[in-house]
Design a protein around this ligand. Structure first.
Ligand code: PA5
Length: 464
């Protein structure tokens, strides 16, 4: 069940120079690549890259299994509250593994898993609409916030918590709450202890967007009946492949080096991710956050860096964005994610044989068509000298997902080294979090309030 990488269409053997990348361009980077590898190895040894070691931390798998034992079968609805790195991983896992209409199925066809909801945004109508479809008495909520202080999940949590108290009473309500937060830091951890809520731990040093292979990302998979261990086994397999120093033997290093050259040398600073699978659609959301928050920064030498990730879906976006990718500005690299084998096999019925535009489809499977369209898109990009590559999953399952998540995390880490940025922090996000707290009147935010007043001066002549 290994995922495969085809990087051919990044090279000058198939994409005409100067667009295609020559192997010599990779070799010319060798000092930078070796330094990046050495830095990563040394940081890992010092325990600074917790996410790389997550697959080996069995205690977290056990914690998830315990919660599943406690809660599965007792509740009809599971509401996962979180935002950013504390939401996108679990949303991607849920969409990748669940039935496409999971919440509409009878419980027995859902493996007795609860219906699952992921209110990450705080749109009032969105949250209120959720209340309309939840029987609160049959609902368990899981607030995921590493810091425990992010305004959006905390506010949604307070709203749902109150509804639960109102419906089931102050004694019974605790059973309806799971808290997933930092192991030992923050006020939410304190609250979980005081209240005696069931809880899961996120290692203190594990960043949100790197937390998919932790309880923050995997509780929903376990509730669906999947093995968390298989995610970890997949990730371990990828760890082996991506720990190799030689760029020509390490798919994550080669993928990253090619993308770095594409951006820095050829001006291709838009990284498109295009899964040919509805189930993997939200992997693209997860990837977009990983790339944006990790790499969009001021580099060590003061330049502003960071590729722009773009999410696309095959085949849907062939009829929307593809024109731009094939003939528009030459500023993109496309990564296709292909799936070799889907669960369903649908044969197109034979009909209207005498009509040329319809008859030939009969007898083919939808999988064949899906595949043909992806290959056709790949060819048209290649013919037009547009860099592209393909990652293929033999199947969508916890093992292949573990590999895929781990692969992109290593790529992001490695690219961080090449761009000379710290891929683990997010100062730009923290600033807006601080402003939001100041707007809402948090104590200690007075300084920020003054800054807000200064920055908020608007000229009425530009407002209509
Ligand atoms: O990746 C990140 O670090 C962020 O996107 C955070 O996950 C996000 O801001 C939510 O933070 P928290 O988990 O502390 O509520």
């Amino acid at each position: 069940m290994e995922i495969k990488f085809d990087l051919n269409n990044m090279f000058s053997s198939l994409i005409s120079p100067p667009y295609g990348i020559d192997g010599k361009e990779i070799d010319a980077l060798s000092n930078q690549l070796s330094k990046a590898h050495a830095n990563i190895s040394s940081m890992r040894k010092k325990g600074e890259l917790v996410f790389l070691d997550m697959p080996y931390k069995e205690e977290f798998i056990n914690q998830v299994d315990e919660i599943v034992k406690l809660k599965k079968g007792k509740f009809e609805n599971f509401v996962n509250i979180g935002i950013g790195g504390s939401a996108l991983g679990s949303i991607a896992v849920f969409n990748s593994l669940s039935h496409p209409f999971h919440n509409l199925l009878e419980s027995s066809r859902r493996n007795n898993a609860p219906r699952m909801f992921f209110p990450d945004n705080i749109d009032p109508d969105g949250i209120d609409g959720l209340f309309d479809v939840l029987d609160i008495k049959k609902t368990v909520i899981n607030i995921t916030s590493k810091s425990g202080g992010t305004v959006e999940p905390i506010s949604t949590f307070l709203l749902l918590r109150q509804r639960i108290i109102d419906k089931v009473g102050i004694k019974a309500y605790k059973d309806h709450i799971i808290v997933t937060t930092s192991e030992s830091q923050g006020e939410l951890r304190q609250i979980a202890k005081e209240e005696g809520f069931s809880s899961l731990s996120i290692p203190n040093d594990l960043g949100g967007r790197y937390s998919v292979l932790s309880p923050a990302g995997l509780l929903c998979a376990a509730l669906l009946g999947y093995s968390v261990k298989e995610f970890m086994d997949g990730a371990k397999m990828m760890d082996k492949k991506t720990s190799v120093q030689d760029v020509w033997k390490n798919p994550a290093y080669l993928y990253s080096a090619l993308h770095y050259i594409a951006d820095q040398k050829k001006g291709l600073n838009i990284f498109v991710i295009m899964p040919y699978s509805n189930a993997l659609r939200t992997i693209a959301d997860w990837y977009a956050q990983l790339v944006s928050e990790s790499l969009g920064k001021v580099s060590g030498n003061g330049s502003l860096v960071g590729p722009t990730p773009v999410k696309a879906l095959g085949v849907t976006d062939q009829h929307s964005q593809l024109q731009l990718y094939v003939e528009g500005r030459r500023d993109k690299v496309v990564t296709f994610i292909a799936v070799d084998s889907f669960s369903a096999s649908l044969t197109i019925p034979k009909a209207y044989d005498k009509y040329d535009s319809i008859g030939y489809l009969g007898g083919h499977t939808i999988t064949e068509l899906f595949d043909a369209e992806r290959k056709a898109t790949e060819l048209s990009l290649t013919k037009n000298n547009r860099l592209n590559c393909t990652i293929s999953l033999p199947q969508i399952n916890p093992h292949t997902l573990g590999q895929l998540f781990y692969f992109f995390e290593v790529c992001t880490l490695f690219l961080g080294q090449l761009y000379n940025v710290n891929p683990l922090d997010q100062p730009g996000v923290e600033e807006s979090k601080d402003y939001a707290r100041a707007f809402m009147g948090k104590k200690g935010s007075e300084g920020k309030k003054l800054e807000i007043e200064k920055l908020s001066k608007k000229d009425s002549k530009y407002c209509f």
